[in-house]
Design a binder for this molecule. Structure first.
Ligand code: TYM
Length: 330
């Protein structure tokens, strides 16, 4: 069984990325000792919108270090950088030739992002799901752990894989999205109806894993709440408090019922103060490990090994695909 996922190195990962994706990678790594696990830095994905060169370079390395700092063990999980394995873009074009513009235009993320960008929407933003399908299909991944917002892209990957297999004969494993309960859609701390996002123009809405600890705590303490006055999980009527409870529950590994009991008769204040401490401690642990890794030589060795491992698998798949389609001489 193979489990595969990736994250874009745009800005630093948020608490949303952590709870919806990174923490789950670690859980899967630890729970499925016989699974082959691949986690990569999706740097090609991040250039669908213009990026500053220095910033991008810094974020790529930083995300790789954060994978390890959050608990991925390089002895168990292969970690690499997408653009260092050229097969990803090679297969992406082939998949573009086996998918339809209408399918790409129907993607919610494309609709949302392109609505904001008007005339400057790149072709890459439209075809991005084919690159993501390529990331997954190159490695015959069975499960793809992602947050709720990426489910549609994994479903499209399935459609493309099935279509390709029907047309050219069995080539790709059809993957399944793996969405864990709790934390799959963490909302903004300032607007519980919008997803927490690293590209939110209001930094009070999100916490990144490398935020200053006190600043992060303050963001929790100042997060918007609802008007009920009691700590109760009710997504419809108390979306803000329910979002904070989701963060609490996922970080402390306790149920909503237990949280409700603990804060029964108390207002939001005490709950938020405790949550601020919990978030602060989690970030502190991650940051300590992060600083040790980012300044060591070990990281390059890990990424070289990850790249070589990924390349071997991906090259074999590309050759199979070429053969099935009739490309090249062999
Ligand atoms: P990206 O970089 O936007 O997000 C990385 C992961 O974090 C999850 N996520 C969230 N989970 C909970 N709450 C949130 N507010 C939240 N925001 C983001 C995402 O669902 C995702 O799991 N295209 C992908 C990266 C990618 C990929 C892949 C993933 C490229 N190729 C192949 C899996 C397999 C992306 O842009 O995710």
């Amino acid at each position: 069984m193979r489990i595969l996922s990736g994250i874009q190195p745009t800005n630093t990962p948020t608490l949303g990325n952590y709870l919806g994706a990174m923490k789950n990678f670690v859980k899967l790594q630890n729970d499925f000792s016989d699974a082959d696990i691949i986690v990569f830095v999706a740097d090609l994905h991040s250039i669908t919108v213009p990026r500053d060169r220095q910033e991008l370079k810094k974020n790529i390395r930083s995300l790789a270090a954060l994978y390890i700092a959050t608990g991925l063990d390089p002895a168990r999980t292969h970690i690499f950088i997408q653009s260092e394995v050229p097969c990803h873009s090679e297969l992406a074009f082939i998949l573009e030739c086996n998918s339809y513009i209408g399918e790409m235009e129907r993607m919610i993320q494309f609709k949302e992002k392109s609505a904001k960008q008007g005339q400057t929407v790149t072709t890459g933003l439209l075809t991005y799901p084919c690159l993501m399908a390529s990331d997954i299909l190159l490695y015959d991944a069975n499960y793809v752990p992602v947050g709720e917002d990426q489910k549609q892209h994994v479903e499209l990957t399935r459609d493309i894989a099935i279509r390709f297999n029907n047309k050219y004969g069995d080539t790709f494993v059809v993957p399944e999205p793996y969405i864990m309960k709790g934390g799959a859609r963490i909302m903004s701390l300032q607007d519980p109806l919008h997803k927490m996002s690293k590209s939110d123009p209001n930094p009070k809405g999100y916490i990144t894993l490398l935020d200053d600890i006190n600043e992060a705590k303050n963001k929790i303490k100042r997060a918007v709440t609802d008007s009920y006055g009691s700590v109760k999980y009710d997504k419809e009527n108390q979306p803000a408090v329910s979002n904070l409870m989701e963060i609490y529950s996922k970080l402390k590994n306790i149920s909503y019922d237990e949280i409700e009991k603990k804060y029964q008769g108390l207002g939001y204040q005490e709950f938020k103060e405790d949550l601020a401490e919990i978030v602060g401690n989690e970030l502190k642990n991650i940051q300590e490990k992060y600083h040790a890794i980012i300044s060591s030589n070990e990281l390059d060795k890990i990424l070289d090994d990850g790249r070589d491992y990924a390349y071997r698998l991906a090259r074999r798949k590309i050759e199979k695909v070429h053969h099935k389609i009739g490309l090249g001489r062999k």
